[in-house]
Design a protein. Structure first.
Length: 346
């Protein structure tokens, strides 16, 4: 498969990269999905914390597949930082360092998609307990896959519940993404659930997070408090109204703007409605003034640059389901000739 953006531009169906793939492997959906993920991170399309990045805006350089955005290395970056960030820092330290991080939602239970995404080069994955199919056992296996693959595993918990957060942290979560943080009080609850010192996290060192008892008590406490990221989802009008108080909470590391929920909550026609754009801008301005990190979800490459220009630090790009759905759709588009041949043979 040729990864050159100039040769991956959309045109006739014969130009699609699905044809390149299916010429050698007509039935390999899993292989195709893996190839799609890897293509972004290879050669001129590589996304890395070591590089300065700029989203490629030209439509004639977008890949044929819609599930993953197109990026291009460039001396012009989202940031004016000229030093190379250290990827070996904890997730919390990388966020505090305002590193540009890219991740995706994982909604499919099991380790395979995490291993594929980690191998492609994503900085983190978000294990979605809220809208995915993850109980504690499935979350435990997913976080084991994160550890084995060397990718940071964040858990989006379904509710702001200390026991649910504790469960995810004991399994080895590098961060917690908590929904519906609409007040400073709820932000403080999130931070307290993520911290031992000054917080309310229940202690145990006989977990994956504690090395199954191998770490001394205070070493585990220190490493956990320094490493776990607390990320608040702002997805309610009350959260927008209280954003200045929320971002002032000590120990809160980042804010994720949930445009989908905000769109529904405000009754707007789309996330591009002026009400939503205004709410997003208000959140970004408040978070930046507080010196914290802004996270958002995007589906395509062109979505990133205008948001990054506004001050968004890191992005959750699509999901494993979205990537699989679009890869399957493109596969079937590339095999439309087979359906025609079958009809002709009847």
């Amino acid at each position: 498969m040729n990864n050159s953006p100039a040769e991956a531009m959309p045109g006739s169906r014969g130009d699609l990269i699905v044809r390149d793939h299916f010429a050698t492997d007509p039935w390999g959906l899993a292989s195709f999905w893996r190839t799609l993920c890897k293509s972004i991170f290879q050669d001129k399309l590589r996304i890395s914390s070591f590089q300065l990045l700029k989203c490629c805006q030209k439509s004639d350089t977008l890949p044929a597949t819609r599930c993953i955005p197109d990026f291009q290395s460039s001396a012009a970056s989202w940031s004016t930082r000229m030093d190379e960030p250290n990827p070996h820092l904890t997730l919390r330290a990388r966020i505090a360092d305002h590193q540009r991080l890219l991740g995706t939602f994982v909604k499919i239970s099991g380790p395979s998609s995490i291993e594929i995404l980690a191998g492609a080069g994503f900085d983190f994955v978000v294990i979605d307990q809220e809208h995915g199919v993850f109980d504690r056992a499935a979350t435990d296996l997913a976080l084991l896959a994160c550890k084995a693959s060397g990718v940071s595993g964040i858990v989006r918990v379904p509710a702001l519940a200390p026991d649910g957060i504790l469960s995810a942290l004991d399994c080895g979560a590098a961060g917690i993404l908590a929904p519906h943080i609409d007040s400073a009080g709820r932000a403080k609850e999130l931070v307290a659930a993520c911290r031992y010192r000054g917080g309310r996290r229940g202690f145990s060192a006989v977990t994956r997070a504690g090395g199954y008892g191998a770490k001394p008590m205070w070493k585990h406490v220190g490493e956990a408090d320094a490493g776990v990221a607390a990320i608040a989802m702002i997805e309610d009008p009350a959260g927008v109204d209280n954003i200045d108080d929320i971002v002032s909470v000590e120990g809160l590391d980042a804010v994720f703007i949930g445009r989908g929920d905000l769109t529904v909550a405000y009754g707007a026609g789309s996330r591009d409605h002026p009400t939503i754009v205004s709410a997003v801008d208000r959140i970004i301005d408040a978070v930046r003034r507080a010196g914290k990190s802004v996270w958002m979800m995007v589906e395509t490459g062109p979505d990133i640059e205008p948001l990054a220009t506004k001050g968004v630090s890191s992005f959750i790009v699509s999901s494993d389901q979205g990537m699989l759905r679009n890869a399957a759709r493109d596969m079937m588009g590339g095999l439309s000739w087979l359906a025609r041949d079958k009809r002709g043979s009847l």
